[in-house]
Design a protein around this ligand. Sequence first.
Ligand code: HEM
Length: 363
Amino acid sequence: MTKEKLSYGKYLQLENILDAQAPKSKESGNLVHDEMLFIIIHQTYELWFKQIQHELNSVIRMFKGNYVQEENIGTVVARLDRIIEIQKLLIDQVGILETMTPMDFLEFRDLLNPASGFQSVQFREIENKLGMMSSKRIKFGKQQYDKFLVGDDRNKALKSEKEISLFELLEKWLERTPFLQFEGFNFWNSYQLAVEEMISKDIDRISENKNLDESAKEASLQNYESIKKTYDALFNEKKYNKLLTEGHRRLSQKATLGSLFILLYRDEPILQLPHQLLTQLVDIDHNLTSWRYRHSQLVFRMIGVKIGTGGSAGHGYLKKTAEKHSIFRDISNLSTYIIPRSSLPELPEELKKELGFYYTHGK
Ligand code: HEM
């Protein structure tokens, strides 16, 4: 028997994909034109979610184990970059759906009940694999999200909650940052002095600012008091652990110091890729938040403050998730402790050499 030649359509299984749009309005005998767009937008989101998971799973695999192969970091960075580009597209894609008017949406909205994007299991898997903590999730109608998932979808989401996340793996990797201690080099002491100087300069600037009224001054100064407190805790294990148990911090003290070192000495050759990686994780987190805002605006535009098809006070719930559902906040927050390059403690010559391209892991 001769083998059938491969064709474009067969390879991509277009028969299956292009036959997978079944508007509910057509079923009910009155096809609404815009329902096709609604279906295709959601399907393309799910395809991109699949690709994001494909990249994320491979990054997680590379991070597992007792140390990350240095040569893998470049691949990790390339794959995270791909995720970021896809996310940008996903944010932009909302605009296509916004060409549908709220009235057009109302033509078929009731036919979708009780299905909702809230039940996207891939979306939950991505959140969980990145490191979303279930205890920190905003409840939906007083319940956890998984209660709204059915059958295999629920199992998949719960499985992804139990598996080790990128956040946890990153934390372990950062805790192993070499060079935090280097033969008599007291980097942290010099660094503390530089930060104290920076904070006290800022405080002087606030006190002397004639454009601020008394209450604005007081609020700013209070903010600096809390910055000082968390900064003190950076170097004090007991105080830092208190921040962790009270939920003000999630990343361990050791990992925090590791990432701070990477951020501060990002120009050293060996730290350039790790720095890029940390920046990417912050980007991924911010893009997720941007998508949440964009989606919540879309929802407000389409249904106002009506309840969603999943039954929540849609817009209100979604706005809260945009504010609270952040995963790598502790990394973004490190900008508070960044000091100008000119104030950075000088690294000893020997250490600078190690941070050049001479270093190989385990030497
Ligand atoms: C007319 C367009 C849309 C409307 C009116 C809408 C409405 C809503 C509402 C009200 C919720 C809250 C849950 C509920 O009550 O159902 C929700 C959640 C959600 N929607 Fe949409 N949505 C739209 C388009 C989309 C699109 C295109 C996606 C892409 C996959 C999407 C994905 C999601 C996700 C993932 C959630 C859960 C978010 C979370 O829990 O943080 N939605 N949507």
